[in-house]
Design a protein around this ligand. Structure first.
Ligand SMILES: Nc1ncnc2c1ncn2[C@@H]1O[C@H](COP(=O)(O)OP(=O)(O)OP(=O)(O)O)[C@@H](O)[C@H]1O
Ligand SMILES: [Mg+2]
Length: 275
């Protein structure tokens, strides 16, 4: 698409993730058709759509769990070809799945460092693969405090933690590892009101740290509270992107159901352009 001269050169560097014309079929089923998204640095993008609209497929492709048939993904302006989840992690994308992938019997600290334990600073202990327990505990406490996550001790097993605390811990892990992009698949679906609020506040703090967030949610109120923009999917397509402050929840619902028409030319904030 030709950009006009008024688009500043620096705007390109503000794009954290650019997904263009992603398609994916499963046999005869078209799960994703020509899906695109521009995620800016430090913004929260809501991703909405009815059941089967293609949200999870889109997320799985962005997190390397599913390989697309066609389309391209750029992270910070660099084209990527994700074949597996570790490729996306390396590119700075952390995905927090609904089941959280935390290990019950391990402590908060162990979960935050799961699979990426820091070795002891002592060269002899390093040779024996002894981990730097003190350092990991200290760093975990710092990150959790920075994020305002209320966990009594980082040494206790996560088994007794609430859903909200677990979700927060999983998000904290993303920040600790310096991820630039965090993908959250319905993080508050199983949480109560207070816990949901805690997670939403945490998402706000991630944004304050310059992290970009993609958030799948069916809850319009929550999206209105935390999302900067929202991308709507219908039948495998990304049909519209809107600035949340400019629209009402009813508009989003209208776009999801088809009561309101899809954008014809570019889905990128075209309503703002037309208005
Ligand atoms: N592994 C698969 N094999 C076959 N079909 C699939 C597979 N994954 C997704 N699909 C199909 O692709 C379409 C999009 O599914 P997807 O899970 O991405 O939707 P969704 O928007 O996440 O829906 P929901 O809100 O119900 O989670 C659906 O028709 C689904 O049945
Ligand atoms: Mg889904």
């Amino acid at each position: 698409m030709a950009e006009n001269a008024s688009a500043p050169q620096s705007a390109a560097s503000e794009v954290a993730l650019q997904a263009t014309s992603i398609s994916r079929r499963y046999g005869a089923v078209v799960a994703l058709a020509d899906a695109s998204m521009t995620l800016r640095r430090g913004e929260v993008m809501g991703l909405v759509g009815d059941n089967g609209a293609g949200k999870s497929t889109f997320l799985k492709i962005l997190s390397g769990a599913v390989v697309p048939d066609t389309g391209s993904i750029e992270i910070g302006g660099v084209e990527q070809s994700f074949r597996r989840p570790s490729d996306a992690l390396e590119a700075g994308i952390e995905t927090v799945y609904q089941d959280l992938a935390l290990v019950d019997t391990m402590s908060a600290v162990q979960n935050v460092y799961l699979g990426r334990e820091e070795l002891s600073k002592n060269p002899f202990l390093r040779l024996l693969n002894v981990v730097n327990d003190g350092g990991m505990r200290r760093r975990s406490r710092e990150v959790l405090a920075e994020l305002g996550v209320g966990i009594q001790s980082v040494n206790v097993s996560v088994k007794g933690m609430s859903g909200g605390q677990r979700q927060c811990l999983a998000i904290a892990r993303a920040l600790l590892w310096g991820r630039q992009i965090v993908i959250l698949d319905e993080p508050t679906a199983a949480l109560g009101v207070r816990e949901s609020q805690q997670v939403l506040e945490l998402i706000g703090r991630l944004r304050d740290h310059g992290v970009s967030v993609i958030l799948v949610s069916h809850n319009m109120q929550q999206l209105a509270q935390v999302a900067d923009r929202v991308t709507v999917m219908r039948l495998g397509r990304t049909i519209a992107t809107r600035t949340v402050a400019d629209i009402t929840p009813e508009t989003i619902i209208g776009l999801i159901t088809g009561a309101l028409p899809a954008d014809v030319a570019t889905p990128e904030d075209s309503a703002t352009v037309v208005a």
